[in-house]
Design a protein around this ligand. Structure first.
Ligand SMILES: Nc1ncnc2c1ncn2[C@@H]1O[C@H](COP(=O)(O)OP(=O)(O)OP(=O)(O)O)[C@@H](O)[C@H]1O
Length: 270
């Protein structure tokens, strides 16, 4: 469980990036922060692994203030997936995946063996482990990024626009892969995106942010789609979408998010 308790962040010489944000992410839940550029999503995410220290308030993991944790140990215990993969270019894929386990005492041989299994888990041929990141496609690199984040078997995965840099078709594959993985692994996931469709697909809960990390609305995709709290949310969920405007339909006891052409874009649960 991750608890944000009235956290704020004022960067030196800057405006307030986040103002008194409070939210609790239950264990094993996938929660998506969605909002336009500069709404404070990345700042909030980085407070969890202490890459950003709050100016006020606190972040707790399983009841413990992250400030009481050693920052390096904390970071190694949390999976972190970045938009550009963040892979080390001069190390093989297998060594990239094995980085944290080796740092925390697993033998290189054992960590490389485990890396092969992790590559398979994210849908890659383990033989790719001998390549260098530049020899993989963007989508494959993102999968390696996910494998690396899973390597220390963390309870928490932070995912910052992880599929933002790949083309739409690969992006859909990666999203489906993440849903499949989450069904298997049940991690506590904090996922950041500015893409509403992605937020509603991945998030069991979605937090719509306005500037300054203010919560415009939070809830399940069905709740937000079904009854937007205000004009801001209504616009954000539907703006500029024309015929792609999302709505909710009931289908055989399931609630589906569909676009205006009736194409399902996500299952919202029972
Ligand atoms: N290190 C920093 N120093 C000063 N200001 C910062 C710093 N990091 C972020 N900010 C500012 O804080 C605000 C929130 O930034 P943040 O990156 O959290 O937003 P975001 O919602 O993740 O945006 P994006 O979708 O563009 O990544 C922005 O106004 C940004 O310019």
């Amino acid at each position: 469980m991750i608890e944000f308790e009235r956290v704020s962040k004022v960067f030196p010489g800057g405006a307030t990036a986040v103002h008194e944000f409070s939210y609790t992410i239950p264990s094993h839940r996938a929660v998506v922060l969605v909002g336009s550029s500069g709404s404070g999503k990345t700042t909030l995410m980085r407070m969890v692994n202490r890459m950003v220290e709050p100016s006020g308030g606190r972040v707790l993991i399983d009841g413990e203030d992250v400030r009481d944790r050693n920052a390096v140990d904390l970071r190694r215990s949390i999976g972190y997936v970045l938009q550009q993969g963040g892979l080390l270019p001069h190390r093989t894929v297998a060594d990239n995946v094995a980085t944290v386990p080796v740092l925390t005492g697993t033998s290189r041989r054992e960590a490389r063996r485990a890396a092969g299994a992790l590559l398979e888990r994210v849908g890659l041929d383990p033989a790719l482990g001998d390549r260098y990141p530049a020899q993989l496609s963007g989508g494959q690199q993102q999968r390696v990024g996910v494998a690396r984040a899973l390597a220390s078997d963390p309870n928490i995965l932070l995912m910052d626009e992880p599929f933002g840099a790949v083309d739409p078709i690969v992006r859909r594959d990666l999203q489906q892969e993440l849903l499949r993985l989450q069904a298997e692994l049940g991690k506590t996931i904090l996922f950041v995106t500015h893409d509403v469709d992605e937020a509603f697909l991945i998030g069991e809960e979605v937090v719509v942010l306005e500037a300054g990390g203010r919560i415009a609305q939070s809830g399940t995709p069905a709740e937000i789609l079904g009854s937007p709290a205000n004009d801001f949310v209504r616009d954000f969920v539907g703006a500029d979408r024309g015929e792609r405007r999302l709505h909710v339909v009931e289908n055989g006891g399931q609630r589906l998010a569909v676009d205006a052409a009736g194409r399902p874009v996500g299952v919202l649960g029972q």
